[in-house]
Design a binder for this molecule. Sequence first.
Ligand code: SF4
Length: 327
Amino acid sequence: MDLVFEAQQVHRQHFRPNEVQVSTLLSIKTGACPEDCKYCPQSARYDTGLEKERLMEVEKVLEAAERAKSIGSTRFCMGAAWRNPKDRDMPYIIKMIQGVRDLGLETCMTLGMLSPPQAKALKEAGLDYYNHNLDTSAEYYDQIITTRTFADRLNTLDNVRQAGMKVCSGGIVGMGEEAADRTGLLMELANLEQPPESVPINMLVKVAGTPMSNVEDLDPFEFIRCIAVARILMPQSHVRLSAGREEMNEQMQALCFMAGANSIFYGEKLLTTSNPDAERDQKLFERLGITPEARQDYSDEVHTAVAEEAIQASRQPASKPLFYDAS
Ligand code: SF4
C-alpha cells in the first residue's frame, strides 16, 4: 500500500490524476511470424489455430482508424507480425501512416526490428511512436525468445530514437519470471538514455498451443506492484495497461490506475486476443470519474498557453490542495 501511495503521489506531480490516454490497436498483418516468442500465438512455430492474414489494404486500415477515432481514441497503433518490415512493404506502411495522420490521430506502429534507413523513412512519413518491447529482463530473455537477442531490441530502440520518433516499450509479466526479472525489465527501460514515452505493461495471456499456455498465474498484486514501480521509475511516461486486461476485474483495473497506469487500449481485439469492449471501458471510466486524455498538441501556441497557466497557478496559493488534513 505504501508503494501504491507513493506511485500515486509521483503520478499527480506529472499528470492530471483522473485522465487516461486511450489508444486503439489494429493487427495489420496477422500470424506466420518467423520469430519464436514463447508467449505469442502469431509465431508460425506454434499451432494455435490462428488464422493468418496478409498485410491489410490501406483503405481497410483507414476505416478502422476512423472507427477508433469515433469511440474516443487519440492514438492508432498498427501491428504487423514480422521479424522486420521488407522494403516491398514500406510504400503501403507509409500510406497507412499518412492516412491515419490525416484523420487527426497520433500514429504508432510495431513492425519488428528496424534498420536506421527504415526508421528514418517512418519518421519522414509522420510516424509519432514506434513500439518495440524489451519483453523481460536481460537475464530471463533467452528463456522466452531465441531468434533475436536483447541487444537487437536495444538496437532497434536506438534506431527509433536516432530517427526522432517517440518510443513505446515495455514488457510482459507472468511468464514464469522471478520478481527480480520484473524489476530488471523496468530498470532497463528507465535507464535507457531517454526513457520510453509510453510503457506498456502486459499480463501474459495464456494461449493454448504456445509454450506458455500452462505457466503458473501471477498474483494480481504483483502486477499492480509492477505498475507502481514503473510509475515511480518513469514518472513522465504513460504507463499502459495492455494485454491481459480482459482477465482483470474492475477493482484490479482501478487499483492499477491508482498505482499510476494512465493509458489503455480501447477496442475489442488486442492484436489477436480479446480486450474489454469500449462501452464497458467507458462505463468503468464514468464510475471511477476518469476522463479520456485529449490528444497532446505540441504546437507553439499550446505550449505557451500551458506554460502561462502553470506560471499563473504557481503564483496563486493552492486553491485545490491534493490532500486535506483529516485530523
Ligand atoms: S511477438 Fe512479434 S516477433 Fe514475436 S512471434 Fe509474435 S509477432 Fe512475431
